[in-house]
Design a protein around this ligand. Structure first.
Ligand SMILES: Cc1cc2nc3c(=O)[nH]c(=O)nc-3n(C[C@H](O)[C@H](O)[C@H](O)COP(=O)(O)OP(=O)(O)OC[C@H]3O[C@@H](n4cnc5c(N)ncnc54)[C@H](O)[C@@H]3O)c2cc1C
Ligand code: SF4
Length: 330
């Protein structure tokens, strides 16, 4: 591992200032992704600015009935928080479906959203990878890609985003707030991740050196009966090969409101707007749920070895929506 300096950020302004002073600096949250990438040589920072002790570790209700979640809240505290469990159960379920208890105790909200892909070529510094070395090629397209993207990819990169938490946050219209030397800013989580296009190495729309300070969730009564379901190759301690965060508001047998987001299918958590459009106003029955899944997956462009994800995601969407409808979703 390359030698590096370590500084503990004194406060938010100080954190942003420390990072700005060193072009090769990185913020350190729980370190559960960044330190691994430093060990493999993917990341070679000259300075780590530790933000994990900043006072951004609160989860608070907002005036509009939503939640404000600090960037250094650990995954464990997020999943266990009573308001999260009661008002956004899919978020709690998503976090608990990720990693292990020890990792969740370390990992932070900001770090989870900015964790890097688990594509094996990305972490193998001996070979090419457009995301790691722009213009070097994407060996996954003709190589090992059984868990790669089926939606929104480009010939330059077919990697998926690994976050479970991000999928539930996407379903519930989360916004990401950040601090820079020029002051604060915020954006919808759906705008945080840039489309892959020709520049897979450019992953987020955050201004250079921005520190994520918190994530907000607007009030969403529909989320109170939400679900997160994750399919993985073993029962625990594994990344998703497909996941769904969903919520339904049903009245008189019809869907009044639907929220649906998909994980492990694209370079970012995927808001299933086409499916939501089919669901809204339609009878809350299996045929509607299947039509909604088909509408979303019509855009799927699988590779030779990940075509299984299309029926997998179709079945997962139908199953979760059916479970919500039978469970008397709002
Ligand atoms: C074995 C293993 C299994 C895992 N399984 C899963 C899983 O199933 N599902 C899942 O979702 N995740 C999984 N993870 C990933 C884990 O959840 C992430 O590593 C973790 O959430 C990252 O959070 P962190 O605070 O440790 O981030 P760090 O490693 O500290 O940082 C990650 C990135 O975010 C940046 N960063 C951190 N905080 C901020 C901030 N406030 N503002 C701006 N930038 C910031 C860092 O500079 C770095 O680039 C797994 C990890 C491991 C090691
Ligand atoms: S899929 Fe993306 S991360 Fe993986 S090798 Fe290709 S460019 Fe690199």
């Amino acid at each position: 591992m390359k030698e590096f300096d370590y500084r503990r950020a004194p406060d938010v302004t100080g954190a942003v200032g420390l990072l700005a002073g060193e072009p090769e600096a990185r913020f350190l949250g729980g370190g559960t992704n960044l330190v691994d990438l430093m060990k493999s040589g993917v990341e070679r920072p000259a300075l780590l600015v530790d933000v994990s002790e900043l006072p951004l570790d609160r989860i608070e209700s907002t005036a509009d009935g939503g939640l404000r979640i600090g960037a250094t809240v650990t995954n464990s505290d997020l999943a266990a928080h009573p308001d999260v469990r009661r008002r956004f159960p899919a978020l709690s379920q998503a976090v608990l479906a990720g990693a292990s208890g020890q990792l969740r105790n370390m990992a932070t909200v900001g770090g989870n959203l900015l964790q890097r892909t688990r594509c094996g070529y990305f972490t193998d510094v001996s070979g090419p990878c457009n995301k790691r070395v722009p213009g070097s090629g994407c060996p996954a397209v003709d190589g090992e890609h059984h868990n790669h993207a089926i939606l929104g990819a480009s010939g330059r990169c077919v990697a998926v985003h690994p976050s479970d938490m991000g999928v539930a946050l996407t379903a519930f219209d989360a916004r990401v707030a950040y601090e820079t030397l020029d002051g604060p800013g915020e954006m919808p989580l759906t705008d945080l991740y840039l489309p892959v296009g020709d520049t897979p190495h450019r992953e987020t729309a955050l201004p250079p050196g921005a520190l994520i300070t918190h994530v907000t969730l607007p009030a969403a009564p529909v989320a109170a009966e939400s679900r997160y379901r994750k399919v993985r190759e073993r029962a625990s301690y594994a990344f998703a090969i497909g996941s769904v965060a969903a919520a339904l508001d049903i009245g008189d047998g019809h869907v009044r409101e639907a929220r649906l987001a998909l994980g492990a299918v694209a370079s970012h958590p995927w808001r299933a707007r086409a499916a939501e459009a089919v669901l809204t106003g339609a009878p809350a029955v299996g045929a509607t749920f299947a039509a909604a899944a088909d509408a979303e997956l019509a855009a799927a462009r699988p590779l030779p070895d990940n075509g299984y994800k299309v029926p997998l995601m179709r079945n997962l969407i139908v199953s979760v929506l059916t479970e919500l409808a039978e469970g008397g979703a709002r």
